[in-house]
Design a protein around this ligand. Structure first.
Ligand SMILES: C[S@@+](CC[C@H](N)C(=O)[O-])C[C@H]1O[C@@H](n2cnc3c(N)ncnc32)[C@H](O)[C@@H]1O
Length: 599
């Protein structure tokens, strides 16, 4: 049995030399459509016109499926002469198992598609005058082939695995081509572009691994619909430079779970495969039972538009009336009398905001302090905050890249600092937060050392509590695939960074491990959620000073702090009982975690 590929071989020069790079010359590009022109005789079924819709539904599994080509046709003049009345022709698959055929003996009339149980039953129970076997000649051109079919005809037969998988980020298709297909990268890019127009207008290929702290990777453009544009490029420090370049822009706009994101795919981190993790954590933190959701987007948009309109008041009255009468809706508005509990979040490595933006644009009761080290991410975080109306007054913070925490109105406060410095800054400013998100799986756990010596902001006298609030921390990491091994690895790393033990013996201790996704055959991405142990407050703080100030390096300081904490273990041990006593008296706090004594 040979494949259909053989039957339809096109006269393209197949390079003998494997290192030959297909030049995507304008001649080749122009000839692609005609190179693929071919005719195939498909099995078909003549049916009464009025039964077309129903039979297309019943026989959908045996109908021919090709991009941009119909499966129903009228009869030819000759056929009409034979079949008086209103008839149509349904085009069927070449054969039951895919489109594999033997070109030398293939006869459409004898295709095994007719052996399909449903089709054969229909044929045997219907009178021959109202349904009969037939054939139909389909003229295929370049546009009717899928990416995989096209590339399997264009690439040399030595290529076993056709590279047809890619990720879509806005209007960009992102590929990670294997070395053996790199010589054909331009033709691969062009085919993907042609087959996915207009949704995709740029195809990029990853040309190196993530090696920088901003978690971006080098990429090259291998196909694009636009030829030249003026674009913003970035220098070594990731700062924007307005430069003229022939490179098309890699700034994309996309939607994730009801929020809109703009980002420069080349210079900020974005991973569409994290969408479920973004959604999970957002809902977990916002304590989502639907009650604290903002108005639905249409209503919000209407409100926004009508605010500028003289009839705003009337529209507002209509909305109020709608809300009163619409008892089925679960969404509540800002005018709701029972305000849900205010939740404050510190997003330490926020990127362009996939946690922070939905938390502040879709919920009434959440405030987020969002930070990222990458100036370009910070730029897009601010832009996304505007696009999604996170701060109703649309005031964007630009004072020294630090959030204006005096502005009570703003529920999304944005910062451009190192993660450790950010945690220290919030502490110095006595900012209360209930959750911390740390999504930098490669090394976020190590950043937890900044919580050594951390003290919660003092509660207000009105809160009638003796001590402040210890937040839930949600830290992402990579760990072994083997579930139990992976969990213990992650917990051990957390305990080392915190210099405190996490008590996982009961559920009350609030330590949860969630498998986020499969990263590689040996690695999973995890999210460990745990309540920051009170004992951290008893430890010595690490030194965050710069390395180049003539004093010890940061790493040395951390080691020193860690050594000292070990020396303090006895003191900690003594104090623990006292803290335990305090916690037992506090109903809102979890049982205290034990300090590590074995390190
Ligand atoms: C894996 S990305 C996650 C971004 C975002 N949370 C998301 O889910 O898409 C990690 C982010 O950490 C930022 N980052 C790296 N080092 C940092 C540091 N020292 N302090 C703060 N942010 C940092 C990077 O710029 C990047 O945006």
């Amino acid at each position: 049995m040979s494949e259909e590929k053989e039957a339809l071989t096109i006269p393209l020069p197949v390079p003998k030399d494997a290192s030959y790079i297909y030049p995507l010359s304008s001649t080749l590009q122009a000839s692609l459509p005609t190179l693929f022109r071919t005719e195939i005789i498909h099995p078909a079924l003549i049916i009464p016109a009025k039964q077309t819709a129903e039979l297309r539904r019943v026989l959908s599994h045996v109908l021919m499926r090709r991009p941009k080509i119909k499966d129903v046709y009228g009869l030819s003049t000759e056929e009409q002469e034979k079949h008086k009345g209103q008839y149509r022709k349904l085009v069927l698959k070449l054969c039951l198992k895919g489109n594999t055929i033997d070109s030398s003996t293939y006869q459409a009339e004898e295709s095994d598609v007719y052996t399909d149980p449903i089709l054969s039953k229909l044929l045997s129970t219907t009178t021959s005058s109202s349904m009969m076997k037939s054939t139909h000649t389909i003229t295929l051109t370049y546009e009717h082939y899928t990416v995989e079919e096209t590339l399997s005809k264009l690439l040399p037969p030595t290529i076993n695995e056709i590279p047809s998988a890619f990720e879509i980020i806005g209007h960009v298709a992102h590929l990670n081509l294997r070395p053996d297909v790199l010589p054909y990268k331009y033709i691969i890019g062009q085919v993907i572009l042609d087959k996915n127009k207009p949704r995709i207008s740029i195809v990029v290929n990853k040309i190196g691994n993530i090696e920088n702290e901003f978690r971006t990777f080098p990429m090259e453009i291998i196909a694009s619909t636009s030829t030249t544009t003026t674009t913003t490029t970035q220098n070594k420090n990731n700062n924007n430079n307005k430069e003229k370049s022939n490179r098309p822009r890699l700034e994309v706009q996309l939607k994730e779970e009801g929020s809109t994101f703009k980002l420069d795919f080349e210079h900020v981190y974005w991973n569409s495969r994290l969408q479920f993790e973004h959604k999970r954590l957002v809902r977990l933190i916002a304590n989502d039972d639907g009650s604290s959701r903002r108005q639905d987007t249409k209503e919000m948009e209407m409100m926004r538009r009508t605010k500028r309109h003289p009839q705003y008041k009337h529209a507002q009255q209509c909305l109020e009336h709608k809300k009163k009468t619409d008892t089925t809706t679960t969404t509540i508005t800002t005018t709701t009398t029972t305000t849900p509990k205010q939740i404050v979040v510190a997003d330490v490595m926020a990127g362009v905001g996939p946690f922070a933006i939905p938390l502040t644009s879709q919920y009434n009761n959440v405030t987020v302090h969002a930070n990222d080290l990458n100036p370009t991410s910070f730029h897009y975080l601010k832009l996304n905050s505007q696009i999604n109306h996170c701060n109703n007054n649309n005031n964007i913070l630009d004072n020294n890249n630090k959030g204006d925490d005096d502005d009570e109105q703003q529920c999304l406060k944005m910062y451009n600092m190192d993660g450790r410095a950010f945690v220290r800054y919030l502490e110095e400013k006595q900012i209360v937060y209930h959750h911390v998100i740390m999504n930098l799986p490669a090394n976020a756990i190590e950043f937890l050392d900044v919580f050594r010596g951390w003290k919660p902001p003092l509660p207000l006298p009105s809160e009638k509590k003796e001590e402040g609030m210890y937040p839930m921390i949600h830290v992402h990491c990579f760990a072994s695939k083997e579930e139990e091994v992976g969990k213990s690895e992650a917990l051990a790393r957390i305990e080392t960074a915190l210099q405190c033990k996490l008590d996982t013996s009961t559920e009350d201790n609030e330590v949860y491990v969630h498998i986020v996704r499969d990263v590689s055959p040996k690695k999973n991405m995890l999210c460990v959620s745990f309540r920051l142990p009170k004992e951290v407050s008893l430890l010595k703080k690490i030194n965050l000073d710069d390395d180049d100030d003539g004093s010890n390096s940061k790493e040395d300081d951390r080691k020193e702090a860690s050594k000292e904490s070990k020396e303090n273990e006895n003191n900690v041990q003594k104090k623990r009982e006292h803290v335990n006593q305090e916690v037992d008296d506090t109903t809102t706090e979890p049982a205290v975690k034990k300090c590590r004594t074995d390190e």
